[in-house]
Write a protein that binds this ligand. Structure first.
Ligand SMILES: Cc1cc2nc3c(=O)[nH]c(=O)nc-3n(C[C@H](O)[C@H](O)[C@H](O)COP(=O)(O)OP(=O)(O)OC[C@H]3O[C@@H](n4cnc5c(N)ncnc54)[C@H](O)[C@@H]3O)c2cc1C
Length: 454
């Protein structure tokens, strides 16, 4: 059986591993549009700042592809799909035949949405190669601006600060992540950004980029202002990195390729996974761990299995300048009797909230500290009645006097998996993420653990 995987990110690589385990005779070809093999994309800015050396960025050891008998083709961009003939075209003109195809090409910020957005100095951060572009442009820049209120926008702000530039973060809403988070959580994120030298400017809509000599010089706003900027981080209009998807017959809904619960697309023998796909009813199709899980399920189903996807409740799992942010379940349940429990928070840079609808736990948010998140996730998944939650857990969650650190969890600074802090880790001060393998240090700052890359 010939398996072709478009994408050597986390979803594509996990799928290839699973296929090899389940089908020792499989012919596996993996395509990447980049010049380097699979790496830990969320650690890009830590690599820029030299906290993560290049050898720790790689997702698999050098000999992996040979050992697994995977034909990895770098610099091999897929440019078209003929599903009837079971063929994929490459930019080089080569045509590859397959029996089963997995599309796992990720997403990228599309251009052409704001006039002037192709000027030099307007960048996005998606690939390792983007770091060099950003470094070079930053040398001649004096004022950076970030547009796009997502995880990647936050990371670009961090990258620009690491390079010593003043940063203005333009957001269209009244406060950071106002469509997702309560005001208390937004305030903590904004405080964190301000403490790291990022000036958040609310209710600013960019309508054009103004340039001179082909390079961006300013952002023009809907209110007619002109904000000086010679480096702009743009992460809006995120689209699948296969612009030919619809032409090939794939169903694209709300800017993502539609798949069913088994990651099958509308085309025979074509599956898709990772950031580029949307499951039925899914609102936040993004994230490293989500792509990791989907890679596993895709690998099983491509080889004839029928593994349904266990939907993840975690919708946001990231760090804003080192501050962990974890959201799970439904934070904005509509049309129900909704209560928000947040105990003593916000306090001391931490906010924790449980969202209860019609008496059941439907969502939770952790900002600044995630000790109890694993236990809460299980309860959110089962939507347990609030009255049945262990009072000990509620005390540990909401009454800061009861926080003891024992049985804590921290977010892996690389893939943002919730890692248990065992006694040994507390003793040694060192932890290894069981998912991505990143090694990091455990620091007790004040009365809570922080995961630190050094
Ligand atoms: C700077 C940064 C910080 C991030 N931080 C976080 C975080 O804190 N938490 C979190 O959960 N997620 C984070 N993410 C997102 C996370 O990295 C993605 O969710 C995850 O990598 C998606 O995996 P994927 O396999 O779907 O796609 P990707 O990892 O994007 O891989 C796509 C692969 O497809 C290849 N490709 C693309 N187009 C083609 C083509 N036409 N032909 C052939 N190959 C192609 C690419 O070269 C690449 O190999 C971050 C991402 C970035 C860039």
């Amino acid at each position: 059986m010939r398996y072709l995987i478009v994408g050597n990110g986390v979803a594509g690589t996990k799928a290839a591993e699973v296929i090899r385990k389940r089908d020792p005779k499989a012919e596996i070809t993996v395509l990447s549009a980049e010049e380097v093999p699979f790496y830990r994309r969320p650690a890009l800015v830590d690599h820029l700042s030299a906290r993560v050396p290049l050898q720790s960025l790689w997702g698999r050891p050098e000999q992996f592809y040979q050992e697994q008998r995977i034909d990895l083709r770098l610099n091999a961009r897929a440019t078209g799909l003929d599903a009837r003939e079971h063929r994929v075209e490459l930019a080089s003109g080569e045509v590859l035949a397959y029996d089963r195809l997995l599309l796992a090409a990720g997403i990228a910020s599309a251009r052409g949405y704001i006039p002037g957005d192709t000027l030099k100095g307007i960048v996005s951060l998606q690939r390792l190669a983007d770091l060099n572009t950003i470094r070079e442009l930053a040398q001649l820049a004096r004022q950076a601006v970030v547009i796009g209120e997502g995880v990647i926008g936050l990371e670009m702000a961090r990258a620009f600060r690491e390079l010593g530039l003043p940063v203005r973060y333009l957001i269209s809403g009244p406060r950071f992540w106002s469509n997702l988070f309560p005001p208390e959580a937004s305030a903590l994120i904004e405080e964190r950004l301000a403490a790291h030298g990022v000036e958040v400017q609310p209710e600013v809509e960019a309508v054009a980029f103004l340039g001179r000599d082909g390079r961006v010089r300013a952002v023009q706003t809907a209110r007619g202002e002109s904000i000086p900027a010679d480096l702009v981080g743009l992460s809006i209009a995120m689209r699948p990195s296969v612009p030919w998807a619809e032409a090939a017959g794939l169903q694209v809904t709300n800017n993502r390729v539609s798949v069913d619960e088994q990651l099958a697309t509308a085309l025979p023998d074509v599956f898709a996974a990772g950031d580029m796909v949307r499951l039925p009813g899914e609102t936040a199709p993004f994230g490293w761990l989500r792509a990791w899980h989907q890679g596993v399920v895709a690998g099983i189903n491509l080889t004839g299995g029928a593994a349904p996807l266990r939907r993840r409740t975690i919708t946001v799992s990231t760090r804003a300048f080192g501050m962990p942010i974890l959201a799970m379940g439904d934070l904005q349940p509509a049309g129900r009797n909704v209560k928000r429990e947040h105990g003593d928070y916000p306090t001391d840079g931490v906010y924790k909230e449980l969202v209860v609808a019609d008496g059941r736990l439907v969502g939770a948010l952790f900002v600044g500290e995630v000790s109890e998140a694993g236990r809460v996730e299980e309860l959110v998944r089962r939507q347990v009645p609030y009255a049945e939650i262990d009072p000990g857990l509620l005390r540990a969650l909401f009454d800061v006097r009861y926080w003891r650190g024992g049985g804590s969890e921290v977010l892996c600074p690389v893939c943002k998996f919730l890692v248990q802090v065992g006694e040994e880790a507390v003793r040694s001060g060192e932890l290894t993420c069981p998912i991505c393998g990143a090694e990091f240090l455990l620091r007790l700052t004040g009365d809570r653990f922080m995961a630190v890359l050094e």
